[in-house]
Write a protein that binds this ligand. Sequence first.
Ligand SMILES: Cc1cc2nc3c(=O)[nH]c(=O)nc-3n(C[C@H](O)[C@H](O)[C@H](O)COP(=O)(O)OP(=O)(O)OC[C@H]3O[C@@H](n4cnc5c(N)ncnc54)[C@H](O)[C@@H]3O)c2cc1C
Length: 479
Amino acid sequence: MNKSIWLEQESLFEQVRTNINTDLLIIGGGISGTNTLYFLKDSPYKITLINNTNNNTTCNSTAKITYLQQDIYTKISKIYSKETAYQYYKSQIEAISLLTDIIKKENLNCDLEKAPSFIFTNTNKSTFKEEKDFLLSHDIRLKSKKKLPLDLPCYHALEVKDTYVFNPYKYITQLKQKLNTYKNISIYDQSVATSITKEKDQYKVCCNGKTITCKKIIMACGYPFEIEKNFPFTTYLERSIVSAFKYNKEKDFSAINVDQNVLSVRTYKDYLLFLSHSHNINNKENIEKEVKNHLHLQKELFSLDSEYTWINHDIMTNDHLPIAGQVKNTYIYLLTGYNTWGMTNSTICAKLISDLILKKDNAYQKLFDPNRSTNSKRIVNNLLYSISSGSRLICDKFYKNKDFYKDNVEIKKEDGIIYGIYIDQEKKEHKVYNLCPHMKCNLIFNSFDKTWDCPCHGSRFDIDGNVIKGPANYDIKIK
Ligand SMILES: Cc1cc2nc3c(=O)[nH]c(=O)nc-3n(C[C@H](O)[C@H](O)[C@H](O)COP(=O)(O)OP(=O)(O)OC[C@H]3O[C@@H](n4cnc5c(N)ncnc54)[C@H](O)[C@@H]3O)c2cc1C
């Protein structure tokens, strides 16, 4: 798999090799799980965190810490109200303060830099004006600009100054290393939870063939598994291409547009990170072609070649608010659905989950509640997404991926079972089941990363069938 500019080591801690008894089990060691562990570190509970790999959404993000998030306040206002959008704004401001405080207090050397954020448009789009009006109506200090600190097509921009950028890998790994020294905390990598069963007042979680017994589970693994059966209908996944290249800059900054074709940039040391080609993973576009188009656009805009190129996807909710809280009738807590703004949202949601566990009040409990009531606009969004993913599921059953693949990939049906075959450069055949164990969608070969990807809910497998990204937590190897 192609690696991001951040990722150094996929695992730092030992694997789960014995049965474990713990009070709280955190599944997932990206920024959500790490932040939740941080807020619970001084609690009286014994806490275990299990993680598959650091090659996760966090370490593939662009890691801007900002409350200027495209036209999100306009979108939330349209679904709920301006008051709800303002509450979300307040949550982001609080998150920035919590996150930067953790970095300072724990002395984390994670390249945190104060960097102004911009939103911009290359059109005369009305949502840009609506977003500006929303921000001004709440006395948010911003500057109107006609251009960005770099030469990108820009008709109108807004700038705020009290925002940051950092290195997400250094943040989560250094924080986990510090937390692992606490007596009540144990952290494991290369450890995948595969099933959860309830026995009286305890949960039994199967992990690497061992059993973890716990009282409460915090699901910080991105796409949840074994709970929230409605989840696929209230969310979708958005994938983007990111690249990084050496770039002479005057100052640190980040910028994202509000136009249909998303463009986003940020500085990191003497690099510029550039993101484009964002779309629903349901969209059956050949990934190699997408990457080519991204690199072509980069060359056109910056006349530079990239040193790093990678792809990443995040979970989007149909009301633009994250999902965090206690799952109905369980002792399972969920935090996810950050709509590509996970640096701030994971922090505020981790604080919420820790407050719920410690029985403290939290201002955002209702706003992010996983069981929040639906309204007509959410129902329409649900329906549109269900139709799109349903038709995708059906089409995949018939679609033979004919013009999709080159000679080294084949989809074959034998005795009613569909297999995916990849032939590597040494002419070795890698044959796997072509069915995602999560919800039985057919997998698509990703020729850029050499992985089998699920177009429905984003699970990914390597060429030998090992699961590398959930929600699937079983391999597709042929036994
Ligand atoms: C292209 C792109 C750019 C982005 N840029 C920004 C940005 O600039 N600013 C911003 O705020 N946000 C950004 N985001 C969003 C942000 O990266 C994510 O919202 C955030 O990283 C999600 O963190 P997480 O901890 O919930 O998930 P992850 O980072 O994916 O962590 C989940 C962890 O759980 C583990 N796991 C999964 N299943 C299991 C299992 N069964 N057992 C054990 N472990 C398991 C995984 O290995 C993983 O380590 C971006 C997203 C994308 C796609």
